[in-house]
Design a protein around this ligand. Structure first.
Ligand code: 76R
Length: 270
């Protein structure tokens, strides 16, 4: 048996999808719609300010297409806090006009691959000199890795406008089984994957959260970017890379646009 890489877990994630019952919305008396908007905005503002937990992040997105209308993303330190956030939404007057067509639960994770490959690339790109300089460099690298890992475990949600969410797994088939590859091979594949990823630095921020034992696929992937074409490009480019080309399996994709909670009424009244 190949040895599982060590992992460290951070915040739990809930991707809470909602459809709006547009017929009921249009038919509802104005004061009911006003109350729904008011409670919806209050809910979203409170959760974006994370008043319900010691730390975390939340954001709301309008989703394009038929799969959903809204996606509310919550990152929180515990599964219980996510559960509370989900139930709290149900108690708002807005929830009466919505259904939950789907949802996704996962937990952010950093594994051995990340620290190894990040460390290797840092070291190889930063030629060392002798004496004190080498010590300083080492401290900086350690600090750099610490901040990089912290950012993966406790991700913030950037202000960039667009988001894409999809679940994915690595194949477990007779000819292509990610889990029977040697660690070295998985690690090499993921560092090649990471090289492509880093070409999108400043354009795409990704949150990779494990959903093994928590939801139907193995990871939930959330990509944030200012330009939807960059989202399309990174996913397309990765399809040609071995880790995805040979071993990636993908669930449904959801694309959305972030909006400030105060725009909820404008969104609903179209
Ligand atoms: O630093 C490195 O060399 C590699 C670090 C790294 C790991 C270990 C990394 C970097 N990823 C890792 C693991 Mn990733 N990632 C995805 C997707 O659509 C697709 O084909 C895949 C969806 C994107 C877009 C993406 C982006 N990555 C993983 C894993 C877990 C594998 C495991 O544990 O077995 C998955 C499922 C996954 C999927 N990745 C990066 C990016 C980007 C942009 C980077 C570089 C930036 C960064 O390191 O933060």
């Amino acid at each position: 048996m190949a040895k599982p890489p060590r992992t460290e877990e951070g915040w739990y994630a809930l991707h809470d999808f909602r459809t709006v019952d547009w017929d009921a919305w249009r038919a509802a008396p104005e004061r009911e719609r006003e109350a729904a908007v008011e409670e919806g905005v209050a809910y979203l503002e409170e959760h974006e300010r994370v008043v319900d937990a010691e730390e975390g992040a939340s954001a709301v997105f309008s989703v394009l297409g038929h799969k959903a209308d809204l996606m509310i993303v919550h990152f929180r330190p515990t599964l219980d806090a996510l559960s509370a956030a989900e139930r709290r939404f149900e108690s708002t007057a807005l929830a009466e006009f919505t259904d939950q067509p789907t949802s996704y639960v996962s937990v952010t994770e950093v594994s051995d691959y990340v620290s190894d490959s990040y460390f290797d690339s840092e070291v190889s790109e930063t030629p060392r000199e002798g004496g004190e300089a080498a010590d300083d460099g080492e401290e900086e690298t350690d600090e750099g890795i610490r901040r990089y890992i912290e950012g993966k475990l406790k991700p913030d949600i950037p202000d960039t406008e667009y988001v894409s969410f999809y679940p994915m797994s690595r194949k477990r088939e007779a000819e292509q089984n990610w889990y029977t590859l040697e660690y070295e091979e998985r690690s090499d594949l993921l560092s090649a994957h990471g090289e492509i990823g880093r070409e999108y630095a400043g354009k795409i921020k990704q949150v990779i959260a494990s959903s093994v034992g928590l939801d139907d696929y193995e990871w939930g992937v959330t990509l944030f970017g200012g330009d939807p074409a960059d989202i399309k490009d990174i996913v397309y480019e990765m399809r040609f890379d071995e880790a995805s080309a040979e071993y990636g399996e993908f669930g449904p994709f959801y694309v959305g646009r972030r909006f400030p909670p105060t725009d909820l009424g404008a969104y609903l009244d179209g």
